[in-house]
Design a protein around this ligand. Structure first.
Ligand SMILES: [Ca+2]
Ligand SMILES: [Ca+2]
Ligand SMILES: [Ca+2]
Length: 305
């Protein structure tokens, strides 16, 4: 598979060098290497309510359940936590079988170029989802064509020790399995990771709806929405023995972000990456900075924010 080899090489180069290092706002904590770039007190908390509704995963967030779901705060700049000039929000729902995630993305010019699965989607305008377990985390990206990119990462400090390396699914000699050490923040206290670029989330459902016209600048678009359903069963082999679905009150760390090919000019502090909970660095791969998602069995719409 020459194509896959070339694509993979491109992915690695892209992950380690260009896009994320272009930002002038990269913070490297040289005085205190290993210190986390965000503080626990600044992490956004979000409550995900249970739903009994049937959701059509068609990209349209027009079900009553989405109307009732708590919408997140507007995304802020990934590095500085400053306001962003376009509105981005997310919401999470869940039931016994699935974790559901919706994104509302204001975008006056909806654009997408990449159509091959696992292409470097972060080079288009995209939205991203990271879900952390105690020993690793899942990365998902999607553009307005609905093309996705997925990687599953494990921390090397527990990959062997906790037995993941014994599962055929996580054979580190497979093609598409490579070491990883972050993007703009390479001094994470847990150190290096191993990334499975070959991994696909089992049973993932995803769809996009464009409210406007894609790749046509002759009009002004309203934006796009993303609707995802992840079967809880897909976490079984890597989520560290947590309850699936979660118990009432369980907290999972999940990152919701958006990366743009456009930026608001100065004096705005726009790194081009926006998130629900800021990271302090040009790097999504810091689970300690992910939003704290609290799972509640209380139905959506029963509580006020
Ligand atoms: Ca829908
Ligand atoms: Ca993949
Ligand atoms: Ca358009």
């Amino acid at each position: 598979m020459i194509y896959k080899g070339v694509l993979f090489a491109a992915l690695i180069i892209a992950c380690f060098i260009p896009d994320m290092n272009e930002s002038p706002g990269v913070v490297t904590n040289t005085q205190n290497p290993g210190a986390l770039p965000c503080q626990e007190k600044d992490v956004v908390h979000y409550t995900a309510h249970q739903t009994t509704a049937t959701l059509a995963i068609d990209g349209k967030l027009d079900e009553a359940a989405w109307e009732a779901a708590t919408r997140s705060p507007r995304f802020v700049d990934l590095i500085k936590g400053t306001p962003t000039y376009l509105d981005t929000k997310a919401a999470v729902l869940w039931d016994e079988k699935y974790l559901y995630i919706g994104y509302w993305i204001e975008e006056p010019s909806v654009k997408a170029t990449l159509t091959e699965r696992d292409a470097p989607i972060y080079r288009d305008n995209d939205v991203e989802l990271f879900i952390a377990g105690p020993d690793g985390y899942y990365e998902f990206e999607i553009n307005a064509h609905g093309t996705i990119y997925e990687v599953l990462f494990f921390w090397e400090d527990t990959f062997e020790k906790n037995g993941y390396s014994n599962l055929p699914e996580f054979d580190r000699t497979h093609k598409g399995v490579k070491p990883f050490n972050g993007v703009g923040y390479k001094t994470h206290p847990r150190g290096r990771r191993i990334g499975f670029w070959n991994w696909d989330y089992p049973g993932l459902l995803k769809a996009v709806h464009v409210d406007g016209t894609i790749n046509n600048d002759k009009d002004r678009d309203r934006g796009w929405t993303v609707e995802l359903a992840l079967p809880w069963a897909g976490f079984a082999t890597w989520s560290g023995g947590r309850s699936l679905p979660p118990h009432d009150g369980d907290v999972w760390r999940m990152d919701f972000s958006r990366f743009n090919t456009h930026k608001e000019p100065a004096p705005a502090h726009d790194s081009g990456g926006w998130a629900m909970s800021p990271h302090g660095v040009w790097d999504s791969h810091v689970p300690e900075c992910f939003t704290a998602v609290v799972f509640s069995k209380e139905p959506a719409g029963k509580t006020t924010k």
